[in-house]
Design a protein around this ligand. Structure first.
Ligand code: GLN
Length: 536
């Protein structure tokens, strides 16, 4: 029987519910259990694909090409398992499915209502996640987005309330993540907001089994006892989630408080004892690096940290593998046009240009590529970053004046990046993207092959435009190498410069596959090249 853990949040948003959920996943996985995870987003968008990264952070892409909430990235990194489109539920998806069933006549003349039709759909979507896996899933962890009290999340809370009755009390656990503010004037941690939040949950019919308290200072016995008494929760089920320097330490913080054992006992799970040794070694490496490098990330969504979260994490993972602290300098691409690159990139040992959409900031990125190429600074271009590299090389090495991507200038005389003829007719956004995993064959004698040490790789994609093969021979004549190709579609996946210490552009998104205990080879080698540059 698959067991379910539901995670809700109270008091305020941005509590790190996703990290709490992921950390629970890790401590259970460390006991040999098979874990899957799901994020429920109560917004009406069908998926995160059309959402602005400024508002919602990065769009994470799964192997099967779903455009999802960034929390799925945390889940994959913590439980080290690939998730699928089943792992991200939205109100948009739930309603579209119910409405199409209604149109088909599936409800036999019934009045279609939130209860039971929407709640039934939610419950079956939650169950889908374990039913669609080949191997048996021991525990599914479901995080409900938003905060208790939001209108949008009500049907979900009602559905998870019913869920416990449907599958039995012993198979479901409710975990509530709350905030315990510290009042400076009173020099006290306050439990009242948590009491209110739990009261709100109980009004809906959910009594939490475990409370995770986000706090800046340690909870005193007194505060814990108060929460235990007023919220009717066992003392040992009040878990403190005090601020830590690295998110990867959280599983250890939970394990120390015996959260793993508590969950195992409550759900009556049969498993081995925890083994977090490798994870602990990894965290130890984060806290005690032997060296340091500075990486410049040049993009346009710089003001919101979450917009490039998988990139940031993957760089950190590359650092872990090299015993190195990676200091990231976020540079707004518009600034590159305003200041001298020499000043902007002073002390930078490696430059990364991440993915993106739209024209703004493009010229600054192209200028950045030029600087990295001419000054022999290790360069990693990802998706749009690779496309900018192609444009820069076309303009400044091959002398194709005005070369561009047809995304930024539809009338360019040299569309070195273009939309494929077959895609031109499709009008709706979302329908035209190359999404999810595609294979790529690497050329034996190349930097890419050296990095991956294998001939065929599989990487995730999310883009509309491609390298225009009409220009291939112009590039090849100038010692520019296409070292990775998708053979089925005859598409360029990797561009590199043999006469540069480390310059590579990839059409795919390696950051989505990087894990803290298994850095993606491109990031590991990029950091290594940056370390070598810093020593020069
Ligand atoms: N805008 C570019 C395209 O659609 C790149 C997308 C990306 O970087 N994810 O092809």
């Amino acid at each position: 029987m698959t067991k379910y853990i539901f995670i809700t949040g109270g008091v305020v948003s941005s509590l790190g519910k996703g990290i709490s959920a992921s950390s629970i996943g890790r401590i259970l996985k460390s006991r040999g259990l098979n874990i899957s995870m799901q994020k429920i987003d109560p917004y009406i968008n069908v998926d995160a694909g059309t959402m602005n990264p400024y508002q919602h952070g990065e769009v994470f892409v799964t192997e099967d090409g779903a455009e999802t909430d960034l929390d799925l990235g945390h889940y994959e990194r913590f439980i080290d398992t690939n998730l699928s489109s089943y792992s991200n539920v939205t109100t948009g998806k739930i309603y579209s499915s119910v409405i199409s069933k209604e149109r088909r006549g599936d409800f036999l003349g019934a009045t279609v209502q939130v209860i039971p039709h929407i709640t039934d759909e939610i419950k079956s979507t939650i169950q889908n996640i374990s039913q669609n896996k080949k191997e048996k899933v021991d525990v599914v962890i479901v995080e409900i987005g938003g905060t208790v009290g939001d209108i949008e999340s009500l049907p979900y809370l009602e559905a998870i309330r019913q869920f416990r009755n449907d599958i039995g009390k012993e198979n479901v656990l409710y975990v509530h993540v709350t905030f315990i503010p510290y009042l400076k004037a009173a020099k006290e941690l306050k439990s009242k907001p948590t009491q209110h939040s739990v009261r709100e949950l109980r009004e809906i019919g959910i009594q939490p089994d475990i409370i995770i308290c986000r706090c800046q200072a340690k909870l005193s016995q007194e505060v814990k006892s108060k929460i235990s008494l007023f919220c009717d929760i066992k003392y040992e089920a009040i878990i403190e989630a005090i601020n830590v320097k690295s998110i990867y330490e959280v599983p250890m913080v939970f394990e120390e408080q015996k959260l793993g054992d508590l969950i195992i006992k409550s759900l009556n799970l049969k498993c081995q004892g925890p083994d977090l040794q490798n994870w602990e070694n990894m965290v130890d490496k984060i806290y005690h690096p032997k060296r340091e490098v500075n990486i410049g990330v040049v993009g346009k969504y710089i003001s919101l940290k979450d917009a490039y979260i998988s990139i940031t994490e993957a760089l950190l993972h590359g650092g872990i593998d090299n015993d190195c602290r990676v200091k990231i300098k976020r540079i707004d691409s518009d600034e590159v046009k305003k200041h001298s690159p020499k000043d902007l990139f002073k002390d930078i040992n490696g430059i990364l240009i991440p993915g993106g959409f739209g024209k703004r900031g493009i010229e600054g990125k192209i200028e950045t590529v030029r600087y990295a190429r001419e000054n022999k600074i290790p360069f990693l271009g990802i998706c749009l970053g690779m496309q900018c590299a192609v444009i820069e090389l076309a303009r400044n090495v091959i002398n194709l004046e005005g070369a561009n991507s047809s995304e930024f200038n539809p009338g360019t005389p040299f569309p070195v990046i273009d939309i494929l003829p077959g895609q031109k007719k499709i009008k709706t956004k979302g329908g035209t993207m190359r999404l999810g995993t595609y294979s790529c064959k690497l050329e034996k004698d190349s930097l890419a092959f050296k990095i991956f040490n294998q001939e065929i790789i599989h990487e995730r994609h999310r883009h509309r435009y491609e390298f225009n093969n009409l220009y291939k021979s112009d590039f090849s004549k100038h010692d520019i190498k296409f070292s990775g190709l998708n053979q089925d579609l005859n598409l360029v996946e990797i561009v590199e410069l043999p006469n540069h210490p480390w310059f590579i552009g990839v059409q795919f998104h390696p950051e989505f596959k990087s894990r803290p205990n298994r850095a993606h080879p491109l990031f590991r080698e990029f950091i290594k090249a940056a370390i070598e540059k810093s020593a020069r």
